[in-house]
Design a protein around this ligand. Structure first.
Ligand SMILES: Clc1cnc2c(Nc3ccc(N4CCOCC4)cc3)nc(-c3cccnc3)cn12
Length: 274
């Protein structure tokens, strides 16, 4: 369609308020002048991208995200650049960061209907990604946004690759969402995303990830060997699902299709949540 091949420039847009800060730049609300279509524009500074040696990651993020079409994956409509910056033209997510919504909940966690709905949408989006041989590798609350009706939107494909892969870049940021095979630097495949669904399912229901610890080494050790412990408020159905996903051997993890069909997900994703 015209949108993906058109030469965009900043002149095509009225820039609105800042929506938030990412690692390499700021995100702005914007409106395309001729269509009055509202978008989000993520502005990245070329010098910071070069310094961090992530320009190949950015190219891959653009290549992958602009070709994916799914209701739970944030659309990338195009991009353009000037001498100092790269601009990504993205779908505007009116609900903002899922992370913020979770922190605003009582006890900073979701109730079962809301958690199950989010897990079902995340799983559906990952089934789609894997059908295109794309693994995300960086599913965590900071990379999840909310569309209309608090629908989940996976954003930020900066770490996505085509499976299978062996990660070369050093992991920066939290280990909490990475599976044993990735932190041990082994080759990994799309089953790394299944692990992240398990970590997020736990976090949505408990309010923090299962292997969280005071420092990097303690988290590292927990991911490799710690048993998952649940507070008493977590239901048996949810515990059953999470234990079946958080299996250290990738091939033992519950496949995405079976997560969608799990009785706890089916039961609660149909219920109204508060
Ligand atoms: Cl990409 C992209 C598309 N849409 C968004 C978005 N949308 C959005 C909507 C609404 C509110 N507000 C709703 C009223 O209360 C105040 C916040 C914020 C962001 N935010 C970010 C972002 C990025 C980094 C930090 N923080 C937010 C990135 N986005």
């Amino acid at each position: 369609s015209q949108s993906s091949s058109k030469r965009w420039t900043l002149e095509n847009f009225d820039i609105g308020r800042g929506l938030g800060k990412g690692k390499f730049g700021q995100v702005y609300l914007a409106r395309e002048k001729s269509s009055r279509f509202v978008v989000a524009i993520k502005v990245l500074f070329k010098n910071q991208i070069k310094e961090a040696k992530v320009d190949h990651q950015l190219r891959r993020e653009i290549e992958i995200q602009s070709h994916l079409r799914h209701p739970n994956i944030l659309r990338m409509f195009g991009y353009f650049h000037d001498d100092a910056r790269v601009y990504l033209i993205l779908e505007y997510a009116p609900g903002g960061e899922l992370y913020r919504l979770m922190k605003k909940q009582p006890n900073q966690r979701f109730d079962e209907p809301m958690a199950a709905k989010l897990i079902a949408q995340l799983t559906d989006a990952l089934i789609y990604c894997h059908s295109k041989n794309v693994i995300h590798r960086d599913i965590k609350p900071e990379n999840l946004l909310l569309g209309a009706g608090n629908s989940l939107k996976i954003a930020d494909f900066g770490w996505s690759v085509h499976a299978p892969s062996s990660r070369r870049d050093t992991v920066c940021g939290t280990l909490d969402y990475l599976p044993p095979e990735m932190i041990a630097g082994q080759t990994h495949d799309e089953k790394v995303d299944i692990w992240s669904v398990g970590i997020l399912s736990y976090e949505f229901l408990v309010g923090k990830p299962p292997f969280e610890a005071k420092d990097y080494d303690a988290t590292y050790s927990n991911i490799l060997q710690a048993p998952v412990r649940f507070p008493s408020h977590v239901s048996d159905g949810a515990k059953d699902l999470i234990i079946k996903i958080l299996q250290r051997k990738p091939n033992r993890r519950l496949p995405l299709a079976d997560i969608l069909a799990h009785e706890w997900v089916v039961k609660f994703s149909k219920e109204a949540s508060n």
